[in-house]
Design a protein around this ligand. Structure first.
Ligand SMILES: Nc1ncnc2c1ncn2[C@@H]1O[C@H](COP(=O)(O)OP(=O)(O)OP(=O)(O)O)[C@@H](O)[C@H]1O
Ligand SMILES: [Mg+2]
Length: 292
C-alpha cells in the first residue's frame, strides 16, 4: 500500500504537502459516500457512521452498513483497508485492543451493541467469531465445544451437554471424523479440522451471527471447500459476515459484498453484480487485479 495516499486522504493540508496525485489517489479523494445497497430492510445488524481509531490513527471512516438476516455478506478489499477492524467492531473484540475507539451507531436486533447494559461476554456468544488461524483451546475436542455452553449454563446435565457437543460437531461437519476420539486434544487435529472445531465451538453457544475473518486462508483447497459448503449450510440458521481475500470465495459463498478501501466503505451490492458490473472505479480496479 502507498502510505502517502493514506496521508493524503486523512489531511493533506495539515501535512503541509500535497502529494503527487495518481489516478488512484484521485479516485479515493473523490469518494463521496458509499454507493450501492449498504442499507437493507429489517437488518440483523445495523451500523451507521462508524469510525474506528487506533490512538490518533483512524482506521474506519464513517461506515454505514447493514447486515441482513440469514445472509452471508463478504467484506473484501486490499490489505490494511479495515476489514478486520470493522468486523471486530461488531462484537466489541476491539474493546480488548488498548487505544482502540469505536464511534457511531451499532445495533444488533434493536439493541445498542455499545450500550452500558450490553455485556460484552454475552454479546460475543451472540455474535461469535472465527479467526484466520484456528485457535483451539489446549483441551480435549469435547471440552473445546463444551466450554462455552458450560460458562453460559446452557446445559442442565451431562446428557444435554453431550447432545450440544455432538450437534455442534455435526453441524460443523466434523463429528464423523472425531467421534471416536472426543477426549483427544483439539490441537492434535489437522488445520482444516481445527478450523471446523472452532466453528463448532462458536455454534455451540447458539450464536445469532458468526463473524469469520479469512477462515479458510490457511487451509488447502479440500478443507476450504468443506468450510465453504459449511458456510452455505449455516446460513439457514445464522447471519454470517466473512472477510476474504479470495474473490472466488466471496463469489461462491456470499449474497452481498462490501468493498472497503483505505478505511472507507466504497461500494456494497449483490455479489454477482459487484463482480460482474462494479459501479465504482476503485471496486473495479480491485476486482480486475489492478491493485490489492
Ligand atoms: N491493533 C492495532 N493497532 C494499531 N493499528 C492497527 C491495529 N490493528 C489494525 N491497525 C491498523 O488499522 C488499519 C486497518 O487494519 P485491519 O487489520 O483492519 O485491515 P484488514 O483490511 O483486515 O487487512 P488484512 O487484509 O491485511 O487483514 C491498518 O492501517 C492497520 O495497520
Ligand atoms: Mg484482516
Amino acid at each position: 500500500m502507498n502510505i502517502s495516499v493514506t496521508e493524503a486522504i486523512e489531511d493533506p493540508a495539515s501535512a503541509g504537502i500535497i502529494p503527487e496525485k495518481t489516478d488512484h489517489a484521485a479516485a479515493v479523494d473523490a469518494f463521496e459516500g458509499t454507493i450501492g445497497e449498504n442499507i437493507v430492510d429489517d437488518p440483523k445488524i445495523s451500523t451507521r457512521n462508524v469510525d474506528v481509531f487506533y490512538g490518533t490513527k483512524q482506521a474506519i471512516f464513517d461506515a454505514t452498513l447493514d447486515i441482513g438476516r440469514n445472509e452471508v455478506i463478504a467484506l473484501i478489499g486490499p490489505s490494511g483497508c479495515g476489514k478486520s477492524t470493522y468486523l471486530r467492531a461488531l462484537n466489541r473484540m476491539n474493546d480488548t485492543i488498548v487505544g482502540c475507539r469505536v464511534s457511531g451507531d451499532l445495533v444488533l436486533d434493536g439493541e445498542n451493541i455499545y450500550s452500558k447494559k450490553m455485556d460484552p461476554v454475552l454479546l460475543r456468544a451472540r455474535v461469535g467469531m472465527v479467526f484466520q488461524k484456528p485457535n483451539p483451546f489446549p483441551k480435549s475436542i469435547y471440552d473445546n465445544i463444551a466450554y462455552g455452553p458450560r460458562i453460559h449454563g446452557l446445559a442442565k446435565n451431562k446428557l444435554e451437554l453431550d447432545e450440544i457437543v455432538e450437534t455442534s460437531l455435526r453441524r460443523a461437519g466434523l463429528f464423523d471424523e472425531v467421534k471416536d476420539r472426543l477426549d483427544a486434544p483439539g490441537t492434535g487435529l489437522s488445520g482444516g479440522q481445527q478450523q471446523r472445531l472452532c466453528i463448532a465451538r462458536t455454534i455451540a453457544v447458539s450464536p445469532e451471527v458468526i463473524l469469520m475473518d479469512e477462515p479458510a486462508s490457511a487451509l488447502d483447497p479440500i478443507a476450504t471447500a468443506i468450510i465453504e459448503e459449511l458456510i452455505d449450510e449455516l446460513r439457514k440458521n445464522y447471519t454470517i459476515a466473512i472477510v476474504t481475500h479470495s474473490m472466488q470465495q466471496a463469489a461462491r459463498v456470499s449474497q452481498r459484498t462490501a468493498y472497503f478501501h483505505l478505511g472507507k466503505l466504497i461500494e456494497v451490492g449483490d455479489t454477482n453484480l459487484i463482480f460482474t458490473n462494479p459501479r465504482h472505479e476503485l471496486t473495479e480496479n480491485y476486482i480486475t487485479g489492478k491493485f490489492g
